[in-house]
Design a protein around this ligand. Structure first.
Ligand code: BEZ
Length: 209
């Protein structure tokens, strides 16, 4: 059975561009974005890893670490890494796992045989401080991911962990939120500002400060 939301993110020890790392030890009690790319020296992957590097300070503000993985050997990762900085303007600032024997890719079900070869597809796992999987995304090899969306999901997860709220479609930090269905409107009015009942099941409120 594949990985599901709420499962513990499988731990592993592997060679990376920052040396040998064990996933749980490396992330400790931070959030993590663990994502696969199909191959080194490929155009879409170069833009994606550069974009992730550029978001380094945004991830840090959110107590979040990034880690990438492909089935290429660590020598290839080291040879390709300078291209990422050269092409995108931000040098690599997070580890890339080398997974030539596919051990980690298989643990995370990142190889989809229908997608052409044994390279990894574009999987994304957001892992919380307790090592639980909180988001799983899978993109095809031909489509680069939207990393603003990944940051937005981290914001939404952190906001909904902190308060009995959910976030509506296209929510961005600062937008109004939805009161959790389990909370009465009366209790919501005592807890949140500007509670508005559109339907008994759909109550908006200002985002908690
Ligand atoms: C790329 O990163 O450009 C790429 C990799 C595999 C298939 C298609 C595109």
């Amino acid at each position: 059975m594949g990985l599901r939301l709420g499962d513990t993110a499988p731990d592993f020890t592997a060679m990376t561009t920052d040396g040998e790392l064990s996933f749980h030890d490396w992330k400790k009690d931070s959030w993590a974005v663990f994502f696969s790319h199909p191959a080194d020296f490929t155009p879409v992957c170069t833009t994606e890893l550069g974009r992730t590097a550029a978001l380094g300070s945004e991830f840090a503000k959110r107590n979040t670490k990034a880690m990438a993985i492909s089935i290429d050997p660590v020598e290839d990762h080291h040879a390709w890494a300078p291209d990422i900085g050269e092409v995108t303007g931000t040098p690599l600032n997070f580890p890339i796992v080398a997974d030539p024997d596919h051990k980690v890719a298989e643990l995370y079900d990142m190889i989809h045989p229908g997608e052409g070869d044994t390279s990894t597809v574009r999987s994304v796992f957001i892992v919380d401080p307790e090592n639980k999987l909180r988001l799983i995304l899978t993109y095809p090899k031909s489509v680069g991911r939207n990393f603003d969306e990944i940051v937005r999901v981290i914001d939404a997860l952190q906001a909904t962990d902190a308060n009995p709220i959910a976030t509506p479609a296209d929510w961005k930090p600062g937008d109004r939120v939805i009161v959790s269905p389990g909370m009465s409107t009366e209790d919501a009015k005592a807890k949140f500002e500007n509670v508005e009942e559109f339907k008994p099941y759909l109550r908006y409120a200002d985002a908690p400060k």
